[in-house]
Design a protein around this ligand. Structure first.
Ligand code: PLP
Length: 457
């Protein structure tokens, strides 16, 4: 018998959670002081309900992942059918399953022409760890073992494992556990509002891209394996790069023989209004990690799509790639991902994102006049409002993050999930969101900003 059989009330559930559950990215001391976790019990469309019966608009699609929205029974049925037929078999040692074959084929069909193979993993962190091992293996096979350094951006997020957190550029994460590992370096991000100074966005975009070139030259191109970037930095605060940034990154990577990795874990599967962020920004990737939107979060699955040039070389020259996860290509997760992609295609949900994006932007922009808001930006269904102490000078609150957290709590009290990245409040709602729900989301955000303003007065 488990607690699931006991039909506990919310107070008992919170008490048990407090006693037994160590949560990711959670300050437990303040959590306990505030009375424990908020327990989410069910969801439909863009809406969640908590254990006390409150209805909450999920402005974050979970953790940027429930792209098709909650409550799609087709995905549950796909998992159920697959579990009855074949709940598990692996893809190691020269075996495959029908769903893993079908999903590899489907993902390859969504990639540019020069990318035709995928390696399955369980999440975005494993996707990026896989890339580190694969890319280093590739250059070793090519007789260039010293070509092993990865360049990333400060404030990037690429996952929580040792290698993916090293790829990431989160100072708080690097402060714990001896990160980054050797062989990972970080340059400035294309964050015009925060770091652009007097430059116009396009000039700043070029400057930020050339920081990558400077770093390649400093390290020596013969030592640099790859550059990784999210088309739009998500967890860093929805950092939307100036249009000049990615074309210049393409040029630099090609010039110095540095592989280009577009981390599509958030942007992939429609978030920016096209199927992938590399389409929105004209990025020419060699490798594409993806997760989240691949299954809309219904089951854990991720993938790494790899160019023919790399994959063919590794296959021809590498023998066995000593890498893989028990659940690489899990049949139920693959079946769910296939059904998710079918829904995205049949219901034209990516087109819907492109269609509703201007309205989402227009409504978000109505928050720009709020005394706390320094900048509003959005692309597709990704949006951000920067909370600042002084709109004119863009001066931030000190310490950064406190006001954002207070605002996040006010949002929740008002019935809206909005995430704080430092003091940047971000949104990434499920795709089927309607115009009325966008209106409601923005009204709820404004009410939370008003309450936050009262706090800081
Ligand atoms: N890459 C990006 C861009 C992400 O946003 C995330 C998670 O938020 C990851 C990688 C890590 O993915 P996961 O949490 O599935 O390991």
């Amino acid at each position: 018998m488990t607690l699931l059989d006991k039909n506990l009330n919310p107070v008992e559930l919170v008490a048990s959670d407090t006693a037994h559950h160590l949560h990711p990215f959670t300050d437990h001391k303040s959590l306990h002081a505030e009375g424990g976790t908020r327990i989410i019990t069910h969801a439909r469309g863009a809406w969640l309900w908590d254990a006390s019966g409150r209805k909450i608009l999920d402005g974050m699609a979970g953790l940027w992942c429930v792209n098709i929205g909650y409550g799609r029974s087709e995905l549950a049925e796909a998992a159920y059918r697959q579990m009855l037929d074949l709940p598990y078999y692996n893809t190691f040692f020269k075996t495959a399953t029908v769903p893993s074959i079908a999903l590899a084929d489907k993902v390859a069909s969504l990639m540019p022409d020069h990318i035709n193979r995928v390696f399955f993993v369980n999440d975005g962190s494993e996707a990026n760890d896989t890339i580190v091992r694969l890319v280093r293996h590739y250059f070793q096979l090519k007789g260039q073992p010293e070509k092993s350094v990865f360049i990333s951006r400060r404030n990037a997020y690429h996952g929580s494992t040792m290698a993916s957190a090293s790829l990431g550029g989160m100072a708080a994460m690097h402060g714990q556990g001896g990160l980054p590992l050797p062989g990972f370096v970080h340059v400035d991000q294309p964050y015009w509002f925060g770091e652009g100074g007097d430059l116009d966005p396009e000039a700043f975009g070029l400057k930020a891209a050339r920081a990558v070139e400077d770093e390649i030259l400093r390290l020596g191109p013969e030592n640099v394996a790859a550059f990784i970037g999210e088309p739009v930095q998500g967890a860093g605060g929805v950092i939307i790069p100036p249009d000049s940034y990615w074309p210049e990154i393409n040029r630099i990577c090609r010039k110095y023989g540095v592989l280009l990795i577009a981390d599509e874990v958030i942007c992939g599967f429609g978030r920016t209004g096209k199927w992938f962020g590399f389409e929105t920004y004209g990025i020419e990737p060699d490798i594409v990690p993806m997760a989240k939107g691949l299954s809309s979060g219904y089951l854990p699955i991720g993938a790494v799509a790899i160019s023919d040039e790399i994959c063919d070389f590794v296959i021809e020259n590498g023998g066995e790639f000593f890498h893989g996860y028990t659940y690489s290509g899990h049949p139920a997760a693959c079946a769910v991902a296939l059904e998710n992609i079918r829904i995205l295609e049949d219901e034209k949900l990516v087109e819907h994102v492109a269609d509703i994006a201007p309205y989402f932007h227009e409504k978000l922009m109505t928050l720009a006049d709020h005394p706390l808001v320094g900048e509003v930006r959005s692309v597709g269904l990704l949006g951000a409002c920067e909370l600042v102490r002084d709109k004119a000078t863009r001066a931030r609150f000190d310490p950064v993050g406190r006001v954002g957290l207070a605002c996040r709590d006010h949002c929740f009290e008002n019935g809206l999930i909005m995430r704080s990245c430092g003091d940047t409040m971000v949104l990434s709602p499920p795709f089927p969101i309607t115009r009325d729900e966008v209106d409601e989301m923005v009204d709820l955000a404004r009410a939370a900003f008003d309450s936050t303003l009262e706090d800081v007065k």
